[in-house]
Design a protein around this ligand. Structure first.
Ligand SMILES: Cc1cc2nc3c(=O)[nH]c(=O)nc-3n(C[C@H](O)[C@H](O)[C@H](O)COP(=O)(O)OP(=O)(O)OC[C@H]3O[C@@H](n4cnc5c(N)ncnc54)[C@H](O)[C@@H]3O)c2cc1C
Length: 170
């Protein structure tokens, strides 16, 4: 599990609980780590060890006939054997456009949205991983996009209908 924050420990614990993985290594990849005391306790309880040296090489061959991942080399040349690796580095939120327009964002920079995924800037919608407090999954983003597109379409149709009614003096 690669990541310098508690998220990597929690995901590792989930992998252990769900799939029975033992002795998971947490690699902070030389980044300043932010593991909390509780995170470190969980790591200990699950028998995880934390490797803080930077990764210098990914070992293995991802080619069609390759063996796949074999592990990592860390600074100093030590080798960490591994056939599965998950990156838990967190997310970088790109919401600058909305910020520049004066839209409301949460403390992490994610856009605050209403029930139809419209931001505080009228006509500006946000869906998917950017939206705070929801599942970050493909189907979630898809469903949100349908709601937003439906709302946009409904507004366009409302204007069209109003124009037709106006044309007949309604
Ligand atoms: C390792 C991993 C495994 C996952 N597995 C699953 C899974 O099994 N099932 C599942 O449902 N979900 C899974 N997810 C989550 C899923 O990938 C995301 O929830 C989903 O991709 C979010 O869609 P999105 O459109 O919000 O964002 P993204 O898919 O991240 O799309 C945003 C796009 O915007 C582009 N972009 C960013 N800034 C700019 C800019 N300034 N100008 C132009 N383009 C820009 C990016 O390049 C990107 O293409 C996984 C995620 C990861 C990282």
């Amino acid at each position: 599990m690669i990541g310098p924050r508690d998220a990597s420990i929690y995901i590792a614990a989930m992998m252990a609980d769900r799939y029975g993985h033992e002795g998971i290594r947490i690699l902070s990849n030389g980044l300043p780590d932010e593991y909390t005391e509780k995170g470190l306790q969980i790591a200990k309880a699950y028998g995880m060890t934390i490797e803080r040296r930077p990764i210098t090489a990914v070992l293995g061959d991802a080619g069609k006939d390759g063996k796949g991942l074999e592990g990592f080399e860390v600074e100093g040349g030590d080798r960490i054997e591994s056939t599965i690796a998950i990156v838990a580095m967190g997310a970088v939120v790109y919401s600058d456009l909305l910020r520049d327009l004066g839209g409301d964002l949460d403390p992490t920079g994610r856009p605050l949205v209403g029930p139809k995924f419209e931001t505080s800037v009228p006509g500006f919608f946000a869906v998917g991983d950017l939206v705070p407090g929801r599942k970050m999954q493909v189907y979630t983003g898809w469903d949100e996009a349908v709601d937003a597109a439906d709302e946009i379409n409904a507004r366009i149709r409302k204007e069209k209908m109003a124009a037709r009614l106006a044309a007949v003096g309604g």
